[in-house]
Design a binder for this molecule. Structure first.
Ligand code: FPP
Length: 243
């Protein structure tokens, strides 16, 4: 069932993914943690390629939380380099395939090389309309909400739409913030970890024990099948009972 009740947003189906389990995936194979991130990046490529065919219009990936800065320096540097090489190899492919890339999160703590690639990715792919791929780097939903609230001090309470706009200004992303339809978390944990807390107000939540490097297209299809079987009511009653 793919109907407008399931996906009310004019932006189309928005799937957000917390890509967890890279470290455990690697450790179980007797490999260092960073091997899990490397395998995770390969899985990002496959899932991004598959997403439009699965009816996904917006895909937001949690690549690096603001709390991830507290990881060992080697792992942080490895991840930053991985983001750089991902962009170096993917920007042109995304442009060709109509994938619009944008980034949410703080930018002032990112290194200049990554920042330049982010700017290039956003400008080079700005017209893509096959898929909107949003990558969250140095992202904290609570910080985004606090920053938006800070702009409101002394003013009248905003509407939800006005607040959503403010939230996204902080994320350096000018459009209104996008409501999430389906939030997937791999790796077995059942928590949101400061990801899109405002935007997930009515998201369907899907938790799987599959580690991110093993989360393949079949896994994505299963998550979507589950999503399409759910009934979304947004606090209302089912249409048939609304007499
Ligand atoms: C969480 O797993 C994963 C991360 C902090 C990094 C996510 C990064 C990638 C999937 C790779 C590249 C991404 C892009 C966009 C190119 P974890 O290491 O915390 O796993 P664990 O819970 O098993 O330790």
């Amino acid at each position: 069932m793919k109907n407008s009740q399931l996906i009310p947003s004019k932006n189309g189906l928005h799937v957000a993914i917390i890509m967890d389990g890279n470290g455990r995936w690697a450790t179980r194979q007797g490999k260092p943690r960073h091997a899990g991130h490397q395998a995770g990046a390969a899985q990002v490529r496959r899932i991004v390629e598959a997403a439009p065919k699965q009816g996904i219009s917006v895909l937001t990936l949690y690549a690096f939380s603001s709390d991830n800065w507290h990881r060992p320096k080697f792992e942080v540097n490895f991840l930053m380099n991985l983001f750089q090489s991902y962009l170096q190899s993917e920007i042109e492919k995304c442009a060709e395939k109509g994938v619009r890339l944008s980034f949410i999160g703080r930018r002032d703590r990112l290194n200049p090389v990554l920042l330049r690639l982010i700017d290039l990715a956003e400008s080079r792919t700005a017209w893509g309309n096959n898929l909107h791929l949003r990558i969250a780097i140095d992202y904290s939903a609570r910080d985004a909400i606090l920053a938006a609230a800070g702009k409101m001090v002394g003013q009248q309470s905003p509407t939800r739409e006005e607040f959503s706009k403010l939230l996204n200004e902080h994320l350096l992303n000018t459009e209104a913030s996008l409501e999430v339809d389906l939030l997937i978390r791999t790796g077995g944990e059942k928590r949101l970890s400061d990801f899109l807390l405002w935007e997930c107000a009515y998201a369907e939540l899907y938790f799987t024990g599959t580690m991110w490097p093993d989360f393949d297209i079949g896994s994505l299809k299963r998550a979507l099948q589950k999503f399409y079987r759910r009934q979304r009511r947004f606090g209302r009653v089912p249409l048939a009972e609304a007499i």
